[in-house]
Design a protein around this ligand. Structure first.
Ligand code: ACO
Length: 326
């Protein structure tokens, strides 16, 4: 039975750091409010002219170097993003070109903060069906370029970055054991960038009305996220016949420390088994899980044969989980 196995990870964070003290100079907020409500202390901001594909390229290069696989050997490249370089071509095609991965088909996936796990699930299906042997999945977002820097309810939350994994077909018992993806489009209005698409094509008016920046019904989204993720993680473990105590690490999407803690509490997991880096990067959307995974692998928190659980929740609404034997 074929499995999709993550054989290498990589990540990239832009150099520029914006601290909570910097945010205090931009909007009516405080380090205390941001820290207590979200756990965020600082976030990374991409440079002017630095694009999502630029960041995905750096993360992908790091992952490929680690894997020993050449870009030319890849069959497929999937980029999860809601902040593509442009509406089309896809960011994945731009990445394919930069990597010179001439054999690889390339496309993007839009599932907001759950995007990386939706892309991982897609890669897993291509590998399990036998259609692809080697796949690169990147999660990359530059939400700082879509934030209303005068809206304190959203601008303090987001940061930029990219993470990537290289997957290979494998026959052993390690690899992705399950990936589950879910959507509820009836709640599309919770979290959106309303302008710039066919509903509100860009005009002077859409710019004036601020339709090109993120709008979020934060508190309602928060409550749905906590409820949804609590049942998602327990269902995922049940499906894989595992107990929470068998997990080496929970690697959650980094949207809010309180959401992460609620999910860990539901599983009765001590916080030292939960990979948290939200204090350094904020919410990097589709990049957050592959960045956290890369850090966990590099710092030895994830080792061979460990069970790890990844989970995410985001705009769409969308949510997803993946159980992996490393
Ligand atoms: N500084 C100071 N005060 C603020 C700030 C700020 N930056 N932002 C909001 N406030 C105020 C509000 O105006 C409100 O004031 P009021 O009581 O006088 O009206 C008060 O703080 C409380 O606001 P809430 O929105 O109720 O605060 P909450 O505790 O819910 O925290 C937050 C807000 C952090 C946004 C939280 O709701 C959250 O994390 N939501 C979920 C986000 C999420 O998971 N999104 C999905 C992934 S993102 C994606 O897919 C791209």
């Amino acid at each position: 039975m074929l499995k999709a196995k993550i054989v290498a990870t990589g990540s990239y964070l832009p150099e520029k750091i914006l601290t909570n003290a910097d945010m205090e100079k931009l909007v009516d907020t405080s380090d205390e409010w941001i820290t207590e409500r979200t756990g965020i202390k600082e976030r990374r901001i991409s440079a002017d002219g630095q694009t999502t594909s630029d960041m995905a390229y750096e993360a992908a290069k790091n992952a490929l170097k680690e894997s020993g696989i050449k870009a030319g050997e890849l069959d497929l490249i999937i980029v999860a993003t809601v902040t593509p370089d442009m509406p089309f071509p896809s960011t994945a095609c731009l990445l394919q070109n930069r990597l010179e991965a001439k054999k690889a088909a390339a496309f993007d996936i839009n599932a907001a903060c759950s995007g990386f796990l939706f892309a991982l699930s897609t890669a897993e299906s291509f590998i399990k069906s036998g259609a692809c042997k080697r796949v690169l999945v990147a999660g990359a977002d530059a939400l700082s370029k879509f934030v209303d820097w005068e809206d304190r309810t959203t601008c303090v939350l987001f940061g930029d970055g990219a993470g990537a994994v290289v997957l290979e077909a494998a026959t052993g018992d390690s690899g992705i054991l399950s990936t589950d993806i879910y959507s509820d489009g009836s709640l599309w209005e919770m979290l959106k960038v309303p302008g710039g698409g066919s509903k509100h094509p860009p005009t002077k008016e859409t710019v004036k009305k601020g339709l090109h920046s993120i709008k979020m019904r934060g508190n309602e989204t928060y409550k749905i996220a906590v409820r949804t993720l609590e049942s998602l993680v327990t269902d995922t473990l049940k499906k894989n016949k595992l107990k929470p105590s068998q997990l080496a690490a929970l690697i959650p999407h980094q949207a809010n420390l309180r959401i992460i803690q609620a999910t860990a509490n539901r599983l009765g997991l001590p916080l030292d088994k939960v990979v948290v880096n939200i204090e350094k990067y904020g919410n990097t959307s589709a990049a957050s899980i592959p960045i956290a995974l890369d850090e966990a692998v590099r710092t030895g928190r994830v080792r061979k044969d460990d069970y790890i659980l990844l989970e995410a929740f985001g705009g769409g609404l969308t949510w997803a989980s993946s159980l992996i034997k490393w």
